[in-house]
Write a protein that binds this ligand. Sequence first.
Ligand code: B12
Length: 304
Amino acid sequence: MEAYDDASDTSRRLILGELRTGAKCVAEIVAATGLKQPNVSNHLARMRDKGTVRAKKKGRQVFYSLASAEVEAIIHSIFSARKRSTDEICLQELTRPYARAAVRGDEDTCNAILDRAFQARCTLLDIYEDLLAPAMTMVGVWQKVEAIDEGEEHMASAITERMMARAVQVTGPSRRNGKTALLGCAPNAYHVIGLRMIADYLRVCGWRVLFMGANVPEGSFLAALRQHPTDLVLLSCGADVSVADTVAVIEELAQNRPALRNFKIGVGGHSVTQHEAEFLKAGADFTATDLRSFVLNKLPALEA
Ligand code: B12
């Protein structure tokens, strides 16, 4: 059924979510989703051709709604699975117990917390943004006030990376969308957990993902880009000490991209809030402060 296909696309899922509550015009959908108007119109036209939505003219305006009871049932089942996850457990309440277990090296408890999230059918986005990312922020606070030592921080990081491997296995990839993303950190940049979250999310959305991880040696990004036609290069800069190295990588990528496929460059990580201007000046097309804002504000255009 085409509706399942449409709901696997991030922008279309947002639009279909809005139409669940009744017919809406383009302006209302734009206001509710934050997507750009041409983007919304384009998706609606395609979904109308496929029989997922229908259009009805009222006066001078066109209102869109889900095309049939069958489509409504499919969209309802997709969204109620998502809703149940937030109804049954509150991931934010599990953040502290998770972080405490992770710094103690108590992987069994971390696994058990993750199992609860799976049972409640939480999405990968919710598990990453509402449980694992805030838990790691908490670990950072504890380390800063010296309530834990660096070894415990490392242990929590390693456990979290293993939990993410589990979460992404459970979610599984959707059908390939034909796009390729290359992800990595500049030389001497070691904050990789956030970037891995982006990589996992792209993979489940159907992207081909080339994940190079932390501390990618000089020249390796270009070597990989020559080998693999790539639509998007994503870098993470987790600490201010890595800004100069990250800027150097962006400059090198931006200089070489006309000769390669004209890929977009995006930067995220803890340092983008303070250093966004430097990354954009070096040639990045965008920055994003977290996974959810990347998914909502940047991914739709990249997938269009
Ligand atoms: C774990 C950790 C480490 C681990 C990293 C292990 C690993 N495998 O990644 C280790 C021990 C290696 C480490 C080292 C250091 N760290 Co550290 N670290 C942290 C900690 C506790 C958690 C980071 C984390 O994983 N967070 C969870 C993830 C999910 O969050 P995130 O990285 O921000 O990612 C999210 C977004 O930023 C975004 N995102 C991230 N990348 C990308 C990329 C793209 C393209 C997009 C779209 C989005 C995106 O999406 C993610 C999900 O929302 C933070 C504390 C904190 N408040 O964040 C400090 C922190 C980031 N570290 C810090 C520092 C200073 C360091 C060191 C310099 C310490 C030292 N003196 O050696 C070194 C630097 C190493 C280096 N050169 O890279 C500072 C940075 C402050 C600053 N402004 O510079 C922090 C904030 C701690 C603090 N409060 O002082 N660290």
